[in-house]
Design a binder for this molecule. Structure first.
Ligand code: PEP
Ligand code: MG
Length: 574
């Protein structure tokens, strides 16, 4: 039966392929009693599941992407170690034999007992290791239940496959970078969640917030995914297939055509130069940065190097990583954002997750609370600055004290490098992200104290409108065109202009071609976005006449009628 599902299109493009169901949610486990004669068979089934899981983990280790953090294998080693431990590999067998229960139930019981024991541990780091136990047990359960592996990295698809998941974390997405899926669709997630941002960086069509796709779609159903309109058609009929094949073709032709403007100078019709920079997360993004002709990296989300591992990268490892990026940019600027861990990017070590993680110990707050961690990163970034044009960007600044402490940390790192005789750029520029309303309202102060500002609209919208950017149930309220948001952006741009300091936008608004003229009208001259969007934005820049934009932009800033907003934006873009 053919039916369609509607969600939020988070990464444009059209894909047609077969569903590949996966899940990162806790598996539901059935319970039943076995006749005594089947116990040996059940024990063998359990042993076989442990063996299959071991093979899966070992395959995963073999398929770690070339540019993934080296310690990813240590993370998998730890899971293999848990799997080999008698509490997981042997104890459930005792339960099966003694109580005649099924293998899944025995394992799930054992997991609950282990988790309860971990809960009693006082040390937060050790306590958080219970998550690893749960993940390992879930893998075994999925094998027992006949589910495919959660991360099918060993699969060599001979047909287009579309990953269907309840939820994907940014850490999962990094691993999926090495598997060629034609599209991603998930039940949960919002358009500016980091998972969605990663999907865009991979230029793979994606639809999120489908609510129950995971329940309604069966493995190997044929799917059409329209990542622009947020539509998924399950088991389409011939006419729908023909229609979407045409659209897919047109999309490919349009994307090819755009490449023609790659080397044209980025300026508006009246000759005002507009800097178009790229956002990156991993080394593997660099090819796309070059292919799009970006003028530099406006946002390097350094925290992605800290995910999917159980330890911290050393100063040398970070230095090598930043140096590789810096050198590959051939003298173009690289803006390295210091760690923005917390919220939806939890490292598997350190602090426990708070009830409101987006308002908790995140980004610069976490770094100031962990001076050792911060110093290590600052030293690594400073050392990399010797090899090209590096800027430091501080995420989530809100208070003046934080800024003062941060600048002191940078001075300390510089002094320690001088003492060690290590070279760095003495004049390295330090900028701040404006992503909290308090910071936007205090932009004149931050502009005066810093070398540049970068507006993180993803968080600025989240914190201004009190909308969790990763929560699909409030995604319809997440509104970049809310006059409060636009006024904060304009206020920040003006504060930068007054202080003579450059201001960029590096949130997802910068990569939305529908908003390019609006941002130009607000006075923005530097955009930083996923490389995949850069040429579409450039196309808008090349067609824009700056003096025509101001009056309509100012009307949008004052407008409170949502119908009129769409109308005004339409006129601005026509
Ligand atoms: C932002 O908040 O707009 C931003 C660019 O940072 P991130 O998306 O990584 O939070
Ligand atoms: Mg942010």
């Amino acid at each position: 039966m053919s039916f369609s599902l509607h969600g939020i299109g988070v990464s444009s493009g059209i894909a047609i392929g077969y569903a590949h169901i996966t899940s990162s949610a806790r598996v539901e486990v059935p319970q039943y009693m076995l006749d005594r004669q089947y116990i040996d068979e059940e024990l063998a089934r359990f042993d076989a599941a442990i063996l299959t899981t071991r093979e899966e983990l070992e395959t995963l280790r073999l398929h770690i992407p070339a540019h993934a953090p080296a310690e990813l294998s240590a993370f998998l080693d730890m899971h293999l170690m848990f799997l080999g431990d008698s509490t997981i590999a042997e104890e459930p067998k005792r339960l099966i034999s003694e109580t005649q229960c099924n293998a899944e139930w025995a394992l799930a019981q054992q997991m609950e007992a282990l988790v309860a024991r971990f809960e009693e541990i006082e040390d937060p780091y050790l306590r958080s290791r219970q998550d690893d136990v749960v993940q390992v047990v879930q893998r075994v359960l999925k094998v027992l239940l006949g589910h495919p592996s959660h991360l099918p990295l060993d699969v060599n698809f001979d047909e287009e496959r579309i990953l269907v998941a309840h939820e994907l974390s940014p850490a999962d997405m990094i691993l999926f970078k090495s598997v060629r899926f034609a599209a991603f669709i998930t039940d949960l997630g919002g358009t500016t969640s980091h998972t969605a941002i990663l999907a865009r960086s991979m230029a793979i069509p994606s639809v999120m917030a489908l609510h129950n796709a995971r329940g309604l779609i069966r493995d190997h159903d044929l799917l059409i995914v329209d990542g622009r309109d947020g539509v998924v058609i399950v088991n389409p009929d011939e006419s729908a297939l023909a229609e979407y094949r045409l659209r897919q073709n047109q999309w490919r032709i349009d994307t090819e055509k755009l490449k023609r403007i790659k080397s044209s100078k980025s300026a508006t019709l009246d000759g005002t130069p507009i800097a178009l920079m790229a956002n990156i997360e991993l080394l593997s993004d660099l090819d796309a940065v070059k292919a799009a002709g970006a003028q530099g990296i406006g946002l390097f989300r350094s925290e992605f190097m800290f995910l999917n591992r159980s330890d911290l990268p050393s100063e040398d490892e970070q230095y090598e990583f930043y140096k590789t990026v810096t050198e590959s940019l051939d003298g173009k600027p690289v803006t390295i954002r210091t760690l923005d861990l917390g919220a939806d990017k939890q490292a598997p070590w350190g602090h426990s997750v708070a009830d409101n993680p987006a308002l908790g110990l995140r980004a610069i707050r976490l770094c100031l609370a962990e001076p050792g961690l911060f110093q290590t990163q600052l030293r690594a970034i400073l050392r990399a600055s010797h090899h090209g044009r590096v800027n430091i960007l501080i995420p989530m600044l809100a208070s003046f004290i934080e800024l003062r402490q941060t600048l002191q940390h940078i001075d300390t790192a510089k002094a320690s490098l001088r003492k060690d005789g290590l070279k760095f750029d003495e004049g390295i520029a330090v900028g701040g992200m404006i992503e909290i309303p308090a910071a936007a309202l205090s932009a004149p102060f931050f502009a005066e104290q810093l070398d540049f500002l970068s507006i993180g609209t993803n968080d600025l919208i989240q914190y201004t409108l009190a909308i969790d950017r990763a929560d699909d149930s409030v995604a319809h309220l997440y509104d970049p065109l809310h006059p409060a948001v636009l006024n904060l952006i304009q206020h920040t741009i003006r504060a930068g202009a007054k202080a003579g300091k450059p201001v960029s936008v590096c949130g997802e608004m910068a990569g939305d071609p529908q908003l390019t003229r609006l941002l130009l009208g607000l006075g923005l001259r530097t955009f930083s976005m996923q490389a995949a969007s850069l040429l579409q934005v450039k196309q808008q820049v090349l067609k824009a006449q700056l003096e025509e934009l101001a009056p309509l932009t100012q009307r949008l800033l004052k407008n409170t009628d949502p119908d009129k907003t769409a109308q005004l934006l339409g006129r601005l873009n026509s």
